[in-house]
Design a protein around this ligand. Structure first.
Ligand code: ZN
Length: 110
């Protein structure tokens, strides 16, 4: 019972994160990557499994399903991400993901 409740809480926090990222990018129905009107998903720059970065506002990029596949590409995904968020933010995210660095000024979705 306890486990189920935790999953529900965690899911809604994930949803709040997605909503916050879309709001930050000021987009609702237009994919900011390809410009087409589509249902938007949110790409985790550092994979969702990393709890250091999971709810950081800067860890997401809203995109349509097709663009999401491009971001998930093992070979070219990182470069594509960097072209949108910049090398500085990408490096910062990776530093935080390592677990040995934190930046108090970053927005964490509760
Ligand atoms: Zn797209």
């Amino acid at each position: 019972m306890h486990d189920i409740e935790e999953v529900i809480v965690s899911t809604s926090r994930d949803n709040r994160w997605k909503v916050a990222v879309k709001k930050e990018w000021r987009t609702k129905k237009i994919c900011p990557i390809c410009g087409y009107p589509r249902t938007l998903e949110v790409h985790h720059i550092i994979p969702r499994g990393n709890l250091m970065t999971r709810y950081l506002l800067i860890n997401g990029i809203p995109c349509c399903h097709e663009c999401h596949i491009d971001f998930d590409d093992q070979e070219s995904g990182d470069e594509l991400v960097i072209s949108y968020i910049g090398n500085k933010t990408f490096k910062l995210l990776n530093k935080i993901a390592s677990g040995f660095y934190w930046d108090k000024s970053l927005e964490v979705i509760k």
